[in-house]
Design a protein. Structure first.
Length: 329
């Protein structure tokens, strides 16, 4: 099932593990890449030398391509320089204009992806020289750039992308979802929530349990988990923090129930109510009241698996769907 994305990046299957903030780590990115897909590190908030350490740790674990994601709502020059110095082969940009970085990335031999929320956004990114565009639909978990659903957005972006590969993101958690976006002309899928249930994802066991128990109505699109990243809407599992805020009449920041309460502590420091934070494996406290990122594809996340098994299952499932459709029609 090789697509233009596979040929461009040098991977075997058109699957990219989304950079899921604090849930990503060298073990996860390397496991995905070793399975023939593209693993990603999310390093936007790491000190530059810590980012270098994460990249080098991943390079020890895999000799396959992997990528790094940088959120342009925050200053990224130093981390970007580290990525180039360490020979990262794919650099992904989100929530900002990638234009100032593209030429330097290309000069260093890196490919560039940019996440977009509209066809016009795709035109601008491609005009800046981006190699791959990621069409992120409203169904996506974590921080969500726009409000268009994945399928219509993918179709609109494919229509303007020309020969550039398009990745579809949002609500895709199995082979049928991958097959659907390939049928729309995408060159692959950008998948996050399914990989949160992997053995390697750096999340708290209670967070993983909530994911495995969730159905398609379990998430909400909101902006309340804004501590550390204000003004950035996101999709999370509905929880006690959201319910209390809703019951209080959805008050604005500064007047929300329990605002400033420390809910949990761990290696990532204190985590306050309404913080934009991913609870790690060592966190202790009210885990289920924190920001538990998840997309609407969470209903397709039913059991914990190694990341490599997830890659194989999605790829094999898409192949089976496409072959079945060819036989029927």
């Amino acid at each position: 099932m090789r697509t233009a994305l596979c040929e461009l990046i040098g991977i075997d299957v058109p699957i990219v593990q989304a950079p899921m903030g604090g849930a990503t780590c060298p073990a996860l990115a390397a496991a995905v890449s070793n399975a023939g897909a593209l693993g990603m590190l999310a390093l936007s908030w790491h000190p530059p030398e810590a980012a270098r350490t994460e990249i080098r740790a991943t390079q020890v674990l895999t000799d396959r391509p992997f990528g790094v994601n940088l959120v342009l709502a925050f200053a990224q020059e130093e981390r970007f320089a580290v990525c180039l110095e360490e020979g990262v082969r794919v650099i992904s940009f989100f929530w900002g204009d990638p234009a100032p970085f593209v030429a330097r990335a290309h000069d260093a031999g890196a490919l560039v992806t940019s996440t977009v929320a509209s066809a016009e956004g795709a035109r601008r990114a491609l005009g800046a020289g981006v190699d791959v565009v990621v069409a992120q639909g409203w169904e996506a978990g974590g921080h969500v750039l726009g409000e268009v659903a994945t399928l219509p957005l993918t179709r609109a972006v494919v229509a303007v992308a020309g020969a550039a590969p398009v990745l579809a993101a949002g609500g895709i958690s199995d082979g049928a979802g991958l097959a659907a976006v390939l049928a729309l002309g995408a060159a692959g899928a950008w998948i996050g929530t399914r990989f949160l249930a992997s053995d390697e994802a750096a999340i708290h066991p209670r967070y993983r349990d909530r994911l495995l128990q969730a159905n398609e109505t379990a998430t909400v699109h909101t902006d309340i988990f804004d501590g550390g990243w204000p003004g950035a809407p996101h999709r999370v599992l509905r929880n006690a923090t959201y319910d209390a805020w809703e019951a209080a009449g959805r008050p604005s920041a500064g007047s929300r129930p329990g605002e400033g309460d420390v809910l949990a502590t761990g290696g990532r420091g204190p985590m306050r109510r309404y913080a934009s934070a991913t609870p790690g494996p060592d966190a202790q406290g009210e885990i289920e009241a924190l920001s538990l990122w998840a997309g609407q594809g969470v209903a397709g996340v039913s059991h914990r698996q190694p990341a490599a098994a997830i890659v194989r299952e999605i790829a094999d499932g898409a192949d089976e769907v496409l072959r079945g459709l060819a036989a029927r029609f």
